[in-house]
Design a protein around this ligand. Sequence first.
Ligand SMILES: CSC[C@H]1O[C@H](OP(=O)(O)O)[C@H](O)[C@@H]1O
Ligand SMILES: Nc1ncnc2[nH]cnc12
Length: 288
Amino acid sequence: MERVLGIIGGSGVYGIEGLQDARWQAVDTPWGTPSDEILTGRHDGVSMAFLPRHGRGHVHAPGDVPYRANIDALKRLGVTDLVSVSACGSFREEMAPGDFVIVDQFVDRTRGRPSSFFGSGCVAHVGLAHPVCGRLAEAAAEAAEAAGATVHRGGTYLAMEGPQFSPQAESLLYRDWGCDVIGMTNMPEVRLAREAEICYATVAMVTDYDSWHPGHEAVDVASVLATLAANVAKARAFAAALPGALGAERAPCPHGCDRALESAIMTAPERRDPALLARLDAVAGRVL
Ligand SMILES: CSC[C@H]1O[C@H](OP(=O)(O)O)[C@H](O)[C@@H]1O
Ligand SMILES: Nc1ncnc2[nH]cnc12
């Protein structure tokens, strides 16, 4: 089957270059309006869809990003593999500003964000023990290395609510918990991608040492933006290398991400809510 590669660009990443037949398109969803229009096109023969998570001009705060609309819209465009590019703070000396971390686990400390497409009238429980697709993460690591980045394979991302940065006591606590990087956006995105049966991986671009490091000033927006600006060429080279690392043809996911709903829905067919089923047309149409 054909691969459609989605990229969600985080802070500082509001577009990608070099797409053939590039066009920004508006996509309506039953979950509201996505963060922005979606840039579609082709690169190295691979169909692509790019969405700036905060919108062009950075208008959506992390807690207000329309995560469900974003994932639904990408699914509607046929996205099979989705890579998030995110700015993050680091809890590890060796994960230095400018490095790329290929995240493989999450701790979720966000609050009050709609975090499922399912609910009363159609209850589903997908597995999230391995939230990141190993196949996609490996391709992302290869592309990041090809882009000249220092790459750390594996890392636990602490998703905080924000929008304020962390108090130092929390920064120290998250380090003790064994978390490696911190950001405000990958939850509930990763949950929703799994429910939508989209392979998901995240590339965390380290911008700072949060507020735990005795040898560094506590994080602020100016330091994040300075590091992002210094690494914009690497981020662009990564986005350009990724389609080639994956290829246009796609075999079924060896980890089952693209079949996550197969045994997840519990509500008896005759008790399902038609209004909710209608909203699930793109996300779960395959199994409903
Ligand atoms: C500007 S630093 C805080 C901001 O940056 C990260 O966003 P994203 O993951 O979209 O790159 C972080 O999670 C915060 O939302
Ligand atoms: N230290 C930090 N905490 C939360 N989100 C971030 N994004 C970039 N740096 C961050």
